[in-house]
Ligand binder design. Structure first.
Ligand code: AGP
Length: 612
């Protein structure tokens, strides 16, 4: 949830650290801080501020200089966002500085232990406990002290440590929170996200759990916490600087919504076999045993959170209808603490944009503990979930910076469709049906483009409804999860209460809410249950509800029973969510902009939820 960045080299690093934090500000933005050390005059400076990084920047003047530094942007877990609780934290004797992403779960008992040794604390954070635990273990070797302290810690961490007594090195370590080392020339970096270092280097080493790195200007030594030296692979960051910039859009979210024709294409690239009426996913076919387990599974659990959970629900509809495998979709946070029944023929699919979501990661571990084959669907290359799963498929949607997930959702639906088609074709889906689906996939980007061209209509509707207090989103079949996703988007960025429901379920309760002040959004495209949805619309109109319909081009009937209509092109049933969700993303976006909210950094949220 937090973002950390570090630098050791010969140049002044203040600008790099602040820019590096800005690149990960979407991960947490309630306070930020920077510590820098200048070797030539042993000058050290700590600056922290509450609020966004722009606030921190205001406190940084020309006196803040250094060629070694660590920095942090926070999403509060222990203690409110204030100056004292902000990172970097410093040990009691003022010699050790620490930035930390994660949670130290046993911090209460560690605090008692430290108190017995005479330590006192200025903040409410678990991180301050850790920095003092390192001081307690310090006997002249910071690397050893960090290792010993970490062996006492329960919880998760991605940390960067600096000691005034050994200013020629930084120590980085990880357990459960992402961390990588950036390799430069006579300078090296650490960061929780490649976006922080990509401007300086494309060469990175991804750290794994229980690893520590000793970073100097000239070298990086990777070890386990048990002191075994590791030989690590240097990898190349898979995106470019332009991918993480707004490129003229007002917000990352808008850019990412408009990128969808391209990201949908990228998710399918090299994966469509039109001539054979099927698809092919390298990440699965290269692991024949794992893939066989999926094809022959008697039961699939899909675990995920938030938006990824919504795409999972669509995956359930697809896999059951076409691949004929029973599927259960679980919130990862529930799955991890229940006792799900895992038989030798159960396969678990974990879906995560970031690949770092703590609950999803824990669900994967639980599934593996119980012997399940686990397959990942992730966007972030090299992420923890992509490494923890037995095999997987990347979305290739490019970095998603907007906290409200958009392009990852459509790419997840695409990848689930690709998996479904391949499995179904190996079972009883005919060439003709497969061919038709692959053809529809091919034209999907241009259909998405045509919806985006119509964004002004949606903007106008948004203006009319920006002061509504509640919204109801209704859909059926493949578009019931889209109703949930539309409602989530609106809640996240406009803070308007919204609920998604299966349209027919409305009469079992939510219908009581309907009056002239309640906008009801219907996904009413011309599919097999269109007539049923029309009946539901009439039920709302009969109670004076205001109906906004997402409907198919050429459907004039719907105009007569709706107050507002957004027309979109048709596609095959299992792909329709890719198109129906786009107007809902735009509606949420324009309503939030109308209300003047910070769309990319909605209150209380963080992009990747690496805490429980
Ligand atoms: C979506 O807009 C969210 N901000 C959130 O629900 C997100 O989808 C969820 O936290 C899961 O994240 P993941 O896909 O990175 O695992």
């Amino acid at each position: 949830m937090c973002g950390i960045v570090g630098y050791i080299g010969k140049k002044d690093c203040v600008r790099f650290l602040v820019d590096g934090l800005k690149r990960v500000e979407y991960r947490g933005y309630d306070s930020a801080g920077i510590f820098v050390y200048r070797e030539k005059d042993k000058r050290s400076t700590l600056v922290k501020n509450v609020g966004k990084i722009a606030e921190l920047e205001k406190s940084i003047d020309s006196s803040v200089v250094g060629n070694i530094g660590i920095a942090h942007t926070r999403w509060a877990t222990h203690g409110e966002p204030n100056h004292d609780n902000s990172h970097p934290h410093v040990s009691n004797n003022g010699s050790i500085y620490l930035v930390h992403n994660g949670i130290i779960e046993n911090y209460t008992s560690l605090k008692k232990k430290l108190e017995k040794h005479g330590f006192s604390f200025y903040s409410e954070t678990d991180t301050e406990i850790l920095v003092n635990l390192i001081q307690l273990h310090y006997t002249g070797d910071i690397e050893k002290a960090v290792k010993e302290a970490l062996l006492e810690v329960k919880g998760t961490y991605g940390i960067g440590v600096f000691s005034l007594n050994e200013p020629d090195k930084l120590i980085a370590a990880r357990l459960g929170s992402p961390l990588l080392i950036g390799i430069g020339k006579n300078e090296n970096y650490f960061a929780s996200d490649p976006a922080s270092v990509v401007k300086k280097t494309a060469e990175v080493v991804y750290m794994q759990d229980r690893e520590i790195a000793v970073i100097t200007k000239e070298s990086v030594v990777h070890k386990t916490l048990d002191d075994e030296v590791l030989k690590k692979n240097i990898e190349t960051i898979a995106f470019e600087l332009s991918d993480i910039e707004k490129s003229g859009y007002d917000h990352f979210m808008l850019k990412e919504i408009f990128e969808q024709p391209k990201t949908i294409t990228d998710s399918m690239r090299g994966r469509l076999l039109l001539e054979e009426g099927t698809t092919k996913l390298g990440g699965l076919s290269e692991h024949p045993e794992i893939y066989r387990a999926l094809i022959n599974a008697e039961k699939i659990y899909i675990v995920a959170c938030g938006t990824s959970w919504h795409s999972a629900l669509i995956g359930e509809y697809m896999l059951e209808e076409y691949a004929k495998i029973p599927v259960e979709v679980e919130y990862a946070s529930e799955f991890r603490y229940r006792d799900p029944i895992i038989t030798p023929k159960t396969v678990v699919i974990a879906i995560s944009q970031s690949g770092e979501t703590a609950d999803t990661l824990a669900a994967i571990k639980e599934a593996k503990r119980k012997g399940a084959v686990v397959i990942g669907i992730c966007n972030v290359v090299g992420s923890t979930i992509s490494k923890e799963t037995d095999a997987g498929v990347y979305l290739h949607a490019g970095p998603e910076i907007g906290v409200a997930s958009t392009k990852a959702f459509t790419s997840q639906v695409i990848v689930l469709a690709l998996i479904t088609i391949d499995i179904a074709r190996r079972k009883n889906l005919s060439f003709r049906q497969g061919y038709k689906m692959v053809k529809e996939l091919k034209i999907l980007p241009s259909l998405a483009e045509s919806i985006l061209e119509n964004s002004n209509t949606i903007k106008e509707i948004a203006k009319k409804f920006s002061s509504a207090r509640n919204f109801l989103y209704l859909g059926r079949g493949y578009n019931f999860p889209v109703a949930l996703e539309g409602a989530l988007k609106l809640k996240e960025i406009s803070y308007i209460h919204a609920e998604g429901y299966p349209a027919a379920e409305m009469k079992h309760g939510p219908i009581a809410l309907i009056d002239e002040n309640m906008p009801v959004i219907f996904i009413a495209i011309k599919d097999t249950i269109y007539d049923k949805v029309v009946t539901n619309i009439k039920e709302v109109k009969a109670r004076n509800g205001v109906v906004i319909s997402i409907a198919s081009y050429g459907d004039d009937e719907i105009d007569k029973i709706s107050d507002y209509v957004i027309k979109i092109p048709d596609t095959t049933n299992l792909l329709s969510p890719v198109l129906t969700v786009i107007p809902l993303q735009l509606l949420a976006y324009y309503i939030a902009v109308e209300k003047r909210f910070n769309v990319d950094m909605p209150r209380n949220l963080a992009k990747s939820v690496t805490v429980e």
